[in-house]
Design a protein around this ligand. Sequence first.
Ligand code: VG1
Ligand code: CO
Length: 562
Amino acid sequence: LTSVVVPTTPFEGQKPGTSGLRKKVKVFMEKHYTENFVQCIFDALGEDKVKGSTLIVGGDGRYFSKQAINIIIRLASANGVAKLIIGQLGILSTPAVSNLIRQLNVLGGIVLTASHNPGGIRHDFGIKYNIENGGPAPDHVTDAIYEHTKNIKEYRTTPKLETDRLIDVLGTYTFNVDGKDFVVEVIDPSIEYVALMRDIFDFHKLRALIRGTDTKPPFNVLIDSMNGVTGVYVRRIFVEELGASPDSNVRRIVPLDNFGEIHPDPNLTYAKDLVDKVKDNCEYHLGAAFDGDGDRNMIIGKHAFFVTPSDSLAVLANNLECIPYFQKNGVHGFARSMPTAAAVDRVAEKLGKEMFEVPTGWKYFGNLMDAGRLSLCGEESFGTGSDHIREKDGIWAVLAWLSIIEHKNMSVEDILKEHWHTYGRNYFTRYDYEECDTDAANLMMHHVEQLIGCSSFVGKTYTSSGKSYTVRKADNFSYVDPIDNSVAKKSVRVLFEDGSRLIYRLSGTGSSGATIRIYIDSYEKDNVLSEAQDTLKPLVEIGLEISQIKKFTGRDAPTVIT
Ligand code: VG1
Ligand code: CO
């Protein structure tokens, strides 16, 4: 087979966001669109790295994955890649890709997903590149990819390479392209990942918890894959390894290319169906859901007692020593993204661990992990993970929670209450305004930046429903990576004297329009058992007033509250 050079012209807007390039499927379907972006990944990596390399390819199986994989196979072969390792049918969760890159020591991976965004022909597709440590490409790599997309003139492909149904059957297929061997290996998507989990956790104990023993009744879980990619792993781990019932302990575990027309996003809004099931059936002790590509998780207890991701991170930090992986490797430091509530900071302080605050997006944790300074981290957006890989990991988070429950022999709710009584509680909520007019959203952010820049802003007191908050500090959060000194500037934050915070930022994962996120966080030392939305109401109102969001966007209410 011989490769050819195809002339092309740049497309606008091929700028990777928080987590890769995400657009509507029909955009990726435009002639040359996907080819251009894939070629720019290779161009940004450079010939030296790409020639003779091995890459992992796979994703959440959403609509257009197979077409994209066929394009990647042809372009990779023509660019001198020696081998692609691809999940069967194109399936690999994001954590599984990260693990394979590390285990097999390869150059990187191409992840085909738009994560929690809906899928199907009318919805979203995405392409993300992960580097050799298994983590999302850092800013300097995605910036380089973007620069190439603005100037691309041609791409290389091998049009005659027969890809039809190539990824349907396990096996190794060798082609001769331009006189060199090009190998496609189609692998079982779960073997390596299941082995990793078996290594990290004590599966005997977890099995005893889920099945019950002579002296203890079963701990009933309801695990919801939301028709996303985790179904494959949930069946292998929870059903086959840990003995959960395929009928009553798991649901929606067959990956669908349109996720059954739901948002595969584990939160109280989009996973309401699971929440209702756990609420109605008091037999369930824990409910959990994942997003489309398997890196997010939501945990709820009996009667759907909700665990905020910020609290989840703090509880895990406080109890890591019951997990074999941490007994063996030790616990180094903790980290959270800036908007994530600071509950984990209190744990770090008590345990004497290093604590890092990074911008939104998992790519900022990688350097710290590689430097051995970070063991556990999380984001308020339902992301939790550790240094076992370089992505957040939904299934890992649930297994970690089950390990703690087994070890402490306590319910989810009691574990949380005990934690709050020890550390106090960070009440947290996030308001999302999806698909706003982009200009209006930019104007609003500009307004907030101007306002906080006024010399009179610090010291100003805002009052709502009888509660007053005085501004201590306000800035555009900027982060200097302690390992490579790169700088990221991302979100506007207003810090109040009592430690409460308001944060404003624009999402970088949407595929159309702009999504405005407002994060509201308030710490209470003793009042730990109130309703979050009641406790935060005054601060929320102040947040809306400061931003003038209604005036700018016309929105009366958020699309989603988490
Ligand atoms: C969102 C979340 C962020 C997360 C990112 C990717 O980004 O806020 O915390 O890392 O999604 O998650 P943004 O820019 O829309 O706020 V995933 O599971 O969509 O890869
Ligand atoms: Co995801």
